[in-house]
Design a protein around this ligand. Structure first.
Ligand code: ARG
Length: 464
Protein backbone atom coordinates (compact mmCIF):
# COMPACT_ATOMS: atom_id res chain seq x y z
CA UNK A 1 0.00 0.00 0.00
CA UNK A 2 1.43 3.42 -0.90
CA UNK A 3 1.13 6.47 1.38
CA UNK A 4 -2.08 7.78 -0.14
CA UNK A 5 -3.89 4.47 0.17
CA UNK A 6 -3.81 3.59 -3.53
CA UNK A 7 -2.58 0.00 -3.95
CA UNK A 8 0.75 -0.23 -5.67
CA UNK A 9 1.06 -1.50 -9.19
CA UNK A 10 1.99 -5.18 -9.15
CA UNK A 11 4.95 -4.40 -11.40
CA UNK A 12 6.27 -1.36 -9.51
CA UNK A 13 9.33 -3.17 -8.09
CA UNK A 14 11.58 -2.41 -11.05
CA UNK A 15 10.64 1.27 -11.22
CA UNK A 16 12.10 4.27 -9.43
CA UNK A 17 9.79 6.98 -10.79
CA UNK A 18 6.00 7.01 -10.66
CA UNK A 19 4.10 6.70 -13.93
CA UNK A 20 3.35 10.01 -15.61
CA UNK A 21 -0.28 10.84 -14.82
CA UNK A 22 -1.30 11.18 -18.44
CA UNK A 23 0.54 8.01 -19.45
CA UNK A 24 -1.26 6.15 -16.70
CA UNK A 25 -4.64 7.16 -18.12
CA UNK A 26 -3.41 6.70 -21.69
CA UNK A 27 -2.30 3.12 -21.18
CA UNK A 28 -5.21 2.03 -18.96
CA UNK A 29 -7.98 -0.16 -20.31
CA UNK A 30 -10.05 -0.61 -17.17
CA UNK A 31 -12.76 1.78 -18.32
CA UNK A 32 -13.71 -0.60 -21.09
CA UNK A 33 -12.27 -4.02 -20.19
CA UNK A 34 -14.12 -4.11 -16.85
CA UNK A 35 -16.97 -5.66 -18.80
CA UNK A 36 -14.86 -8.84 -18.85
CA UNK A 37 -14.89 -9.17 -15.06
CA UNK A 38 -17.06 -12.30 -14.89
CA UNK A 39 -14.79 -14.10 -17.33
CA UNK A 40 -11.66 -12.88 -15.60
CA UNK A 41 -12.93 -14.30 -12.31
CA UNK A 42 -14.12 -17.52 -13.95
CA UNK A 43 -10.64 -18.00 -15.47
CA UNK A 44 -8.93 -17.21 -12.16
CA UNK A 45 -11.07 -19.69 -10.25
CA UNK A 46 -10.22 -22.43 -12.75
CA UNK A 47 -6.53 -21.48 -12.63
CA UNK A 48 -6.45 -21.61 -8.80
CA UNK A 49 -8.29 -24.94 -8.84
CA UNK A 50 -5.71 -26.37 -11.21
CA UNK A 51 -2.81 -24.94 -9.17
CA UNK A 52 -4.14 -26.71 -6.07
CA UNK A 53 -4.60 -29.97 -7.94
CA UNK A 54 -0.97 -29.70 -9.07
CA UNK A 55 0.12 -28.98 -5.45
CA UNK A 56 1.31 -25.52 -6.38
CA UNK A 57 -1.25 -24.02 -3.97
CA UNK A 58 -2.65 -25.59 -0.83
CA UNK A 59 -6.34 -26.39 -0.81
CA UNK A 60 -6.77 -23.79 1.94
CA UNK A 61 -5.20 -21.14 -0.30
CA UNK A 62 -7.37 -22.27 -3.20
CA UNK A 63 -10.51 -21.96 -1.11
CA UNK A 64 -9.58 -18.51 0.16
CA UNK A 65 -8.90 -17.38 -3.40
CA UNK A 66 -12.16 -18.77 -4.70
CA UNK A 67 -14.35 -17.30 -2.00
CA UNK A 68 -12.49 -13.98 -2.26
CA UNK A 69 -13.05 -13.88 -6.02
CA UNK A 70 -16.71 -14.79 -5.62
CA UNK A 71 -17.18 -11.98 -3.13
CA UNK A 72 -15.51 -9.55 -5.53
CA UNK A 73 -17.78 -10.75 -8.32
CA UNK A 74 -20.83 -9.96 -6.17
CA UNK A 75 -19.41 -6.60 -5.24
CA UNK A 76 -18.86 -5.70 -8.91
CA UNK A 77 -22.34 -6.96 -9.87
CA UNK A 78 -23.84 -4.71 -7.19
CA UNK A 79 -21.92 -1.76 -8.65
CA UNK A 80 -19.95 -1.31 -5.43
CA UNK A 81 -16.46 -2.09 -6.70
CA UNK A 82 -14.05 0.84 -6.96
CA UNK A 83 -12.19 0.56 -10.24
CA UNK A 84 -8.83 2.24 -10.26
CA UNK A 85 -7.20 3.61 -13.40
CA UNK A 86 -3.80 3.39 -11.74
CA UNK A 87 -4.30 -0.39 -11.65
CA UNK A 88 -4.58 -0.23 -15.43
CA UNK A 89 -6.95 -3.04 -16.33
CA UNK A 90 -9.64 -5.42 -15.14
CA UNK A 91 -7.05 -8.09 -14.32
CA UNK A 92 -4.89 -6.03 -11.97
CA UNK A 93 -7.90 -4.37 -10.37
CA UNK A 94 -9.38 -7.70 -9.41
CA UNK A 95 -6.09 -9.27 -8.35
CA UNK A 96 -5.25 -6.29 -6.18
CA UNK A 97 -8.70 -6.30 -4.57
CA UNK A 98 -8.28 -10.01 -3.87
CA UNK A 99 -4.97 -9.46 -2.08
CA UNK A 100 -6.44 -6.60 -0.06
CA UNK A 101 -9.27 -8.90 0.92
CA UNK A 102 -7.47 -12.18 1.70
CA UNK A 103 -3.80 -11.24 2.09
CA UNK A 104 -0.91 -13.46 1.00
CA UNK A 105 -2.96 -16.19 -0.72
CA UNK A 106 -4.16 -13.52 -3.14
CA UNK A 107 -0.58 -12.80 -4.14
CA UNK A 108 -0.17 -16.44 -5.17
CA UNK A 109 -3.00 -16.47 -7.72
CA UNK A 110 -0.79 -15.17 -10.51
CA UNK A 111 1.64 -18.10 -10.16
CA UNK A 112 2.24 -19.75 -13.51
CA UNK A 113 0.28 -17.28 -15.60
CA UNK A 114 0.57 -13.81 -17.08
CA UNK A 115 -1.90 -11.13 -18.05
CA UNK A 116 -1.07 -12.11 -21.61
CA UNK A 117 -2.63 -15.55 -21.44
CA UNK A 118 -5.21 -14.25 -18.97
CA UNK A 119 -6.61 -11.57 -21.27
CA UNK A 120 -6.64 -13.87 -24.29
CA UNK A 121 -8.61 -16.38 -22.20
CA UNK A 122 -11.07 -13.76 -20.94
CA UNK A 123 -11.88 -12.56 -24.46
CA UNK A 124 -12.46 -16.09 -25.68
CA UNK A 125 -14.77 -16.91 -22.77
CA UNK A 126 -16.67 -13.69 -23.37
CA UNK A 127 -16.96 -14.26 -27.11
CA UNK A 128 -18.14 -17.82 -26.64
CA UNK A 129 -21.12 -16.56 -24.61
CA UNK A 130 -21.87 -13.70 -26.97
CA UNK A 131 -21.76 -15.96 -30.02
CA UNK A 132 -24.42 -18.12 -28.36
CA UNK A 133 -26.65 -15.09 -27.77
CA UNK A 134 -26.12 -13.80 -31.31
CA UNK A 135 -26.94 -17.19 -32.84
CA UNK A 136 -30.15 -17.31 -30.78
CA UNK A 137 -31.15 -13.87 -32.09
CA UNK A 138 -30.46 -14.91 -35.69
CA UNK A 139 -32.60 -17.97 -35.12
CA UNK A 140 -35.43 -15.84 -33.74
CA UNK A 141 -35.27 -13.67 -36.85
CA UNK A 142 -35.27 -16.75 -39.06
CA UNK A 143 -38.37 -18.04 -37.28
CA UNK A 144 -40.12 -14.72 -37.89
CA UNK A 145 -39.25 -15.02 -41.58
CA UNK A 146 -40.61 -18.56 -41.74
CA UNK A 147 -43.91 -17.43 -40.25
CA UNK A 148 -44.10 -14.58 -42.72
CA UNK A 149 -43.19 -16.89 -45.62
CA UNK A 150 -45.92 -19.31 -44.60
CA UNK A 151 -48.52 -16.55 -44.49
CA UNK A 152 -47.43 -15.10 -47.79
CA UNK A 153 -46.57 -18.23 -49.77
CA UNK A 154 -49.17 -17.33 -52.43
CA UNK A 155 -48.69 -13.58 -52.41
CA UNK A 156 -47.46 -12.38 -55.81
CA UNK A 157 -45.10 -9.45 -56.11
CA UNK A 158 -42.76 -8.28 -58.84
CA UNK A 159 -39.28 -9.75 -58.60
CA UNK A 160 -36.55 -7.33 -59.59
CA UNK A 161 -33.22 -7.28 -61.33
CA UNK A 162 -31.55 -3.86 -61.60
CA UNK A 163 -34.55 -2.73 -59.53
CA UNK A 164 -36.58 -3.06 -62.73
CA UNK A 165 -39.55 -5.42 -62.80
CA UNK A 166 -38.21 -8.77 -63.95
CA UNK A 167 -40.53 -11.72 -63.25
CA UNK A 168 -43.27 -12.32 -60.73
CA UNK A 169 -42.19 -14.02 -57.52
CA UNK A 170 -44.01 -14.87 -54.33
CA UNK A 171 -43.43 -12.79 -51.24
CA UNK A 172 -42.93 -16.05 -49.33
CA UNK A 173 -40.12 -16.99 -51.70
CA UNK A 174 -38.54 -13.60 -51.17
CA UNK A 175 -38.65 -14.01 -47.37
CA UNK A 176 -37.05 -17.43 -47.72
CA UNK A 177 -34.13 -15.86 -49.57
CA UNK A 178 -33.37 -13.87 -46.39
CA UNK A 179 -33.83 -17.02 -44.33
CA UNK A 180 -31.11 -18.75 -46.36
CA UNK A 181 -28.64 -15.90 -45.96
CA UNK A 182 -29.16 -15.89 -42.21
CA UNK A 183 -28.74 -19.65 -42.10
CA UNK A 184 -25.28 -19.29 -43.61
CA UNK A 185 -24.54 -16.46 -41.19
CA UNK A 186 -25.40 -18.70 -38.26
CA UNK A 187 -23.32 -21.56 -39.65
CA UNK A 188 -20.38 -19.20 -40.06
CA UNK A 189 -20.58 -18.16 -36.40
CA UNK A 190 -20.81 -21.77 -35.25
CA UNK A 191 -17.71 -22.53 -37.28
CA UNK A 192 -15.89 -19.48 -35.94
CA UNK A 193 -16.72 -20.64 -32.42
CA UNK A 194 -14.68 -23.81 -32.95
CA UNK A 195 -11.57 -21.65 -33.14
CA UNK A 196 -12.69 -19.28 -30.37
CA UNK A 197 -13.18 -22.18 -27.99
CA UNK A 198 -9.46 -22.97 -27.52
CA UNK A 199 -7.67 -22.15 -24.26
CA UNK A 200 -4.63 -19.87 -24.11
CA UNK A 201 -4.10 -20.22 -20.30
CA UNK A 202 -0.79 -21.80 -19.45
CA UNK A 203 0.98 -20.01 -22.27
CA UNK A 204 1.88 -17.51 -19.53
CA UNK A 205 3.76 -14.47 -20.85
CA UNK A 206 4.84 -16.16 -24.09
CA UNK A 207 6.89 -19.31 -23.52
CA UNK A 208 4.89 -21.36 -21.03
CA UNK A 209 5.76 -21.73 -17.36
CA UNK A 210 8.21 -23.65 -15.20
CA UNK A 211 5.46 -24.91 -12.84
CA UNK A 212 3.99 -28.39 -13.33
CA UNK A 213 0.63 -27.07 -14.55
CA UNK A 214 -2.14 -29.23 -16.01
CA UNK A 215 -3.56 -27.31 -18.95
CA UNK A 216 -5.95 -30.08 -19.97
CA UNK A 217 -7.55 -29.89 -16.57
CA UNK A 218 -7.97 -26.08 -16.70
CA UNK A 219 -9.40 -26.38 -20.21
CA UNK A 220 -11.89 -28.94 -18.97
CA UNK A 221 -12.90 -26.74 -16.04
CA UNK A 222 -13.55 -23.83 -18.39
CA UNK A 223 -15.36 -25.89 -21.03
CA UNK A 224 -12.72 -25.25 -23.69
CA UNK A 225 -12.26 -27.81 -26.43
CA UNK A 226 -8.53 -28.07 -25.72
CA UNK A 227 -5.49 -26.00 -24.68
CA UNK A 228 -3.84 -24.00 -27.46
CA UNK A 229 -0.93 -25.89 -29.02
CA UNK A 230 1.63 -23.12 -29.10
CA UNK A 231 2.24 -20.60 -26.34
CA UNK A 232 3.54 -17.83 -28.63
CA UNK A 233 0.52 -18.14 -30.86
CA UNK A 234 -1.89 -18.43 -27.93
CA UNK A 235 -1.00 -15.09 -26.34
CA UNK A 236 -0.53 -13.06 -29.47
CA UNK A 237 -2.97 -13.83 -32.24
CA UNK A 238 -6.42 -12.30 -32.33
CA UNK A 239 -7.40 -13.95 -35.60
CA UNK A 240 -10.45 -15.49 -33.91
CA UNK A 241 -11.74 -11.98 -33.13
CA UNK A 242 -11.05 -10.86 -36.69
CA UNK A 243 -12.85 -13.90 -38.01
CA UNK A 244 -15.82 -13.14 -35.79
CA UNK A 245 -15.76 -9.55 -36.94
CA UNK A 246 -15.82 -10.72 -40.57
CA UNK A 247 -18.80 -12.96 -39.82
CA UNK A 248 -20.49 -10.01 -38.08
CA UNK A 249 -19.80 -7.84 -41.13
CA UNK A 250 -21.50 -10.36 -43.38
CA UNK A 251 -24.55 -10.45 -41.12
CA UNK A 252 -24.69 -6.66 -41.16
CA UNK A 253 -24.26 -6.63 -44.94
CA UNK A 254 -27.30 -8.89 -45.16
CA UNK A 255 -29.34 -6.84 -42.69
CA UNK A 256 -28.36 -3.70 -44.56
CA UNK A 257 -29.60 -5.05 -47.89
CA UNK A 258 -32.79 -6.22 -46.21
CA UNK A 259 -33.17 -2.77 -44.64
CA UNK A 260 -32.81 -1.18 -48.04
CA UNK A 261 -35.72 -3.27 -49.32
CA UNK A 262 -37.88 -2.39 -46.34
CA UNK A 263 -37.19 1.29 -46.88
CA UNK A 264 -38.05 1.05 -50.58
CA UNK A 265 -41.11 -1.13 -50.04
CA UNK A 266 -42.56 1.15 -47.39
CA UNK A 267 -42.22 4.26 -49.57
CA UNK A 268 -45.39 5.82 -50.99
CA UNK A 269 -44.13 5.02 -54.51
CA UNK A 270 -43.84 1.27 -53.86
CA UNK A 271 -46.19 0.84 -50.92
CA UNK A 272 -45.75 -2.95 -50.78
CA UNK A 273 -45.63 -3.12 -47.00
CA UNK A 274 -46.59 -1.16 -43.93
CA UNK A 275 -44.12 -1.09 -41.06
CA UNK A 276 -45.81 -1.01 -37.68
CA UNK A 277 -46.01 2.45 -36.08
CA UNK A 278 -44.00 1.16 -33.15
CA UNK A 279 -40.95 0.74 -35.42
CA UNK A 280 -41.19 4.13 -37.15
CA UNK A 281 -40.79 7.74 -36.16
CA UNK A 282 -42.34 10.98 -37.33
CA UNK A 283 -40.94 14.22 -38.61
CA UNK A 284 -40.79 17.32 -36.44
CA UNK A 285 -41.75 19.50 -39.40
CA UNK A 286 -43.70 17.38 -41.91
CA UNK A 287 -46.85 16.08 -40.21
CA UNK A 288 -47.57 13.43 -42.86
CA UNK A 289 -44.25 11.60 -42.42
CA UNK A 290 -43.78 8.11 -41.05
CA UNK A 291 -40.12 7.33 -41.39
CA UNK A 292 -38.58 3.84 -41.51
CA UNK A 293 -35.88 4.85 -39.02
CA UNK A 294 -35.19 1.35 -37.76
CA UNK A 295 -34.10 -0.18 -41.07
CA UNK A 296 -32.29 3.04 -41.96
CA UNK A 297 -30.33 2.95 -38.72
CA UNK A 298 -29.45 -0.72 -39.18
CA UNK A 299 -28.21 0.12 -42.69
CA UNK A 300 -26.23 3.01 -41.20
CA UNK A 301 -24.68 0.94 -38.42
CA UNK A 302 -23.29 -1.46 -40.99
CA UNK A 303 -20.55 1.07 -41.69
CA UNK A 304 -19.07 0.99 -38.21
CA UNK A 305 -19.08 -2.83 -38.12
CA UNK A 306 -17.16 -2.97 -41.41
CA UNK A 307 -14.85 -0.32 -39.93
CA UNK A 308 -14.14 -2.46 -36.87
CA UNK A 309 -13.12 -5.36 -39.10
CA UNK A 310 -10.56 -3.14 -40.79
CA UNK A 311 -9.42 -1.81 -37.39
CA UNK A 312 -8.76 -5.31 -36.11
CA UNK A 313 -7.00 -6.46 -39.27
CA UNK A 314 -4.80 -3.38 -39.20
CA UNK A 315 -4.15 -3.76 -35.48
CA UNK A 316 -2.75 -7.23 -36.06
CA UNK A 317 -0.79 -6.84 -39.25
CA UNK A 318 2.36 -5.17 -37.94
CA UNK A 319 2.89 -7.14 -34.74
CA UNK A 320 5.90 -9.36 -34.28
CA UNK A 321 5.40 -12.37 -31.99
CA UNK A 322 4.37 -12.55 -29.27
CA UNK A 323 2.09 -10.26 -27.18
CA UNK A 324 2.25 -6.51 -27.76
CA UNK A 325 0.30 -3.77 -26.05
CA UNK A 326 -1.30 -3.04 -29.42
CA UNK A 327 -3.63 -5.92 -28.62
CA UNK A 328 -5.33 -3.91 -25.92
CA UNK A 329 -6.96 -2.09 -28.82
CA UNK A 330 -8.87 -5.23 -29.82
CA UNK A 331 -11.55 -4.73 -27.20
CA UNK A 332 -13.42 -1.58 -28.13
CA UNK A 333 -14.03 -2.57 -31.77
CA UNK A 334 -15.01 -6.06 -30.66
CA UNK A 335 -17.38 -4.83 -27.93
CA UNK A 336 -18.96 -2.27 -30.22
CA UNK A 337 -19.43 -4.89 -32.92
CA UNK A 338 -21.13 -7.26 -30.50
CA UNK A 339 -23.38 -4.59 -28.92
CA UNK A 340 -24.57 -3.21 -32.21
CA UNK A 341 -24.95 -6.55 -33.92
CA UNK A 342 -27.13 -7.81 -31.08
CA UNK A 343 -29.20 -4.63 -31.19
CA UNK A 344 -29.74 -4.86 -34.95
CA UNK A 345 -30.72 -8.52 -34.80
CA UNK A 346 -33.09 -7.92 -31.91
CA UNK A 347 -34.85 -5.02 -33.57
CA UNK A 348 -35.20 -6.98 -36.82
CA UNK A 349 -36.57 -10.07 -35.10
CA UNK A 350 -39.12 -7.87 -33.31
CA UNK A 351 -40.00 -5.80 -36.39
CA UNK A 352 -40.57 -8.52 -39.01
CA UNK A 353 -43.72 -10.02 -37.43
CA UNK A 354 -45.16 -6.50 -37.24
CA UNK A 355 -44.95 -5.94 -41.02
CA UNK A 356 -48.18 -6.05 -42.99
CA UNK A 357 -48.26 -6.77 -46.71
CA UNK A 358 -50.29 -4.69 -49.12
CA UNK A 359 -51.27 -7.48 -51.42
CA UNK A 360 -53.16 -5.40 -53.99
CA UNK A 361 -50.27 -3.02 -54.47
CA UNK A 362 -47.78 -5.83 -54.93
CA UNK A 363 -50.11 -7.44 -57.43
CA UNK A 364 -50.72 -4.35 -59.50
CA UNK A 365 -47.00 -3.53 -59.50
CA UNK A 366 -46.33 -7.02 -60.84
CA UNK A 367 -48.93 -6.39 -63.55
CA UNK A 368 -47.34 -3.15 -64.63
CA UNK A 369 -43.86 -4.13 -65.66
CA UNK A 370 -44.55 -6.93 -68.19
CA UNK A 371 -43.39 -9.37 -65.59
CA UNK A 372 -44.76 -12.33 -67.56
CA UNK A 373 -42.88 -11.52 -70.78
CA UNK A 374 -40.41 -14.37 -70.15
CA UNK A 375 -43.36 -16.71 -69.67
CA UNK A 376 -44.65 -15.79 -73.12
CA UNK A 377 -41.22 -16.48 -74.61
CA UNK A 378 -41.05 -19.85 -72.82
CA UNK A 379 -44.55 -20.61 -74.13
CA UNK A 380 -43.42 -19.96 -77.70
CA UNK A 381 -40.38 -22.17 -77.20
CA UNK A 382 -42.63 -24.99 -76.05
CA UNK A 383 -44.58 -24.46 -79.29
CA UNK A 384 -41.42 -24.89 -81.34
CA UNK A 385 -40.12 -21.32 -81.75
CA UNK A 386 -36.32 -21.07 -81.14
CA UNK A 387 -35.64 -19.09 -77.92
CA UNK A 388 -33.89 -16.15 -79.62
CA UNK A 389 -36.79 -15.75 -82.08
CA UNK A 390 -39.26 -16.02 -79.24
CA UNK A 391 -37.33 -13.28 -77.38
CA UNK A 392 -37.64 -11.03 -80.45
CA UNK A 393 -41.37 -11.74 -80.87
CA UNK A 394 -42.11 -10.94 -77.23
CA UNK A 395 -40.01 -7.79 -77.41
CA UNK A 396 -42.21 -6.57 -80.24
CA UNK A 397 -45.39 -7.55 -78.39
CA UNK A 398 -44.18 -5.60 -75.33
CA UNK A 399 -43.42 -2.54 -77.48
CA UNK A 400 -46.95 -2.79 -78.88
CA UNK A 401 -48.43 -2.98 -75.38
CA UNK A 402 -46.40 0.02 -74.21
CA UNK A 403 -47.86 2.00 -77.06
CA UNK A 404 -51.38 0.79 -76.25
CA UNK A 405 -50.71 1.27 -72.55
CA UNK A 406 -51.85 -2.17 -71.47
CA UNK A 407 -50.46 -5.45 -70.16
CA UNK A 408 -49.80 -8.52 -72.32
CA UNK A 409 -52.57 -10.36 -70.51
CA UNK A 410 -55.05 -7.59 -71.43
CA UNK A 411 -54.54 -8.11 -75.19
CA UNK A 412 -57.05 -9.98 -77.28
CA UNK A 413 -55.86 -13.27 -78.78
CA UNK A 414 -55.87 -11.73 -82.28
CA UNK A 415 -53.67 -8.87 -81.13
CA UNK A 416 -51.07 -11.30 -79.82
CA UNK A 417 -51.30 -13.49 -82.90
CA UNK A 418 -50.00 -10.58 -85.02
CA UNK A 419 -46.60 -11.41 -83.54
CA UNK A 420 -46.58 -15.19 -83.87
CA UNK A 421 -48.87 -17.76 -85.36
CA UNK A 422 -47.75 -20.12 -82.58
CA UNK A 423 -49.87 -18.21 -80.07
CA UNK A 424 -53.16 -19.88 -79.13
CA UNK A 425 -55.95 -19.36 -76.62
CA UNK A 426 -54.07 -21.21 -73.83
CA UNK A 427 -51.43 -18.45 -73.87
CA UNK A 428 -53.51 -16.69 -71.23
CA UNK A 429 -52.71 -19.43 -68.72
CA UNK A 430 -49.06 -18.38 -68.75
CA UNK A 431 -49.70 -14.66 -68.91
CA UNK A 432 -51.38 -14.53 -65.53
CA UNK A 433 -49.23 -13.86 -62.49
CA UNK A 434 -50.44 -16.99 -60.73
CA UNK A 435 -49.69 -19.13 -63.79
CA UNK A 436 -46.24 -17.60 -64.02
CA UNK A 437 -45.21 -18.32 -60.43
CA UNK A 438 -46.87 -21.75 -60.30
CA UNK A 439 -44.90 -22.81 -63.38
CA UNK A 440 -41.55 -22.38 -61.63
CA UNK A 441 -42.16 -25.56 -59.78
CA UNK A 442 -38.80 -27.11 -58.98
CA UNK A 443 -36.53 -27.03 -55.95
CA UNK A 444 -35.45 -23.43 -55.40
CA UNK A 445 -38.24 -22.06 -57.60
CA UNK A 446 -40.82 -19.46 -56.63
CA UNK A 447 -43.97 -21.62 -57.01
CA UNK A 448 -46.11 -21.51 -53.84
CA UNK A 449 -45.91 -25.30 -53.67
CA UNK A 450 -42.10 -25.10 -53.65
CA UNK A 451 -42.09 -22.31 -51.08
CA UNK A 452 -44.12 -24.54 -48.75
CA UNK A 453 -41.66 -27.40 -49.27
CA UNK A 454 -38.73 -25.04 -48.63
CA UNK A 455 -40.36 -23.89 -45.40
CA UNK A 456 -40.76 -27.48 -44.30
CA UNK A 457 -37.08 -28.23 -44.96
CA UNK A 458 -36.14 -25.01 -43.19
CA UNK A 459 -38.01 -26.06 -40.06
CA UNK A 460 -36.06 -29.31 -40.05
CA UNK A 461 -32.78 -27.47 -40.62
CA UNK A 462 -33.21 -25.10 -37.68
CA UNK A 463 -34.29 -27.92 -35.40
CA UNK A 464 -30.90 -29.64 -35.94
N1 ARG B 1 -4.88 -4.76 -20.70
C1 ARG B 1 -4.05 -5.62 -21.44
C2 ARG B 1 -4.73 -6.01 -22.77
O1 ARG B 1 -5.87 -5.76 -22.89
C3 ARG B 1 -3.79 -6.86 -20.66
C4 ARG B 1 -2.52 -7.56 -20.99
C5 ARG B 1 -1.37 -6.68 -20.64
N2 ARG B 1 -0.14 -7.37 -20.66
C6 ARG B 1 1.00 -6.75 -20.55
N3 ARG B 1 2.06 -7.46 -20.54
N4 ARG B 1 1.04 -5.44 -20.53
O2 ARG B 1 -4.13 -6.55 -23.68
Amino acid sequence: MSDNNIPEKPWSGRFNEPTDAFVEAFTASVNFDQRLYRYDIQGSIAHATMLAKADILTTAERDEIISGLEAIREQIARGEFKWSVSLEDVHMNIESALTQRIGDAGKKLHTGRSRNDQVATDIRLYMRDEIKIICAEILRLQQALLTMAEQEADTVMPGFTHLQTAQPVTFGHHMMAWFEMLQRDRERLADCNKRVNIMPLGAAALAGTTYPIDRHYTAELLGFERPAENSLDAVSDRDFAIEFSAAASLIMMHLSRFSEELVIWSSAQFSFIELSDSFCTGSSIMPQKKNPDVPELVRGKTGRIFGHLISLLTLMKGQPLAYNKDNQEDKEPLFDTIDNLKGCLKVFADMIPAISCKHDNMRSAAMQGFATATDLADYLVRKGTPFRDAHEVVGKAVAYCIEKDKDLSACALEELQQFSSNIEQNVFDVLTLEGSVAARNHIGGTAPQQVRLAIKRAHLKIAE
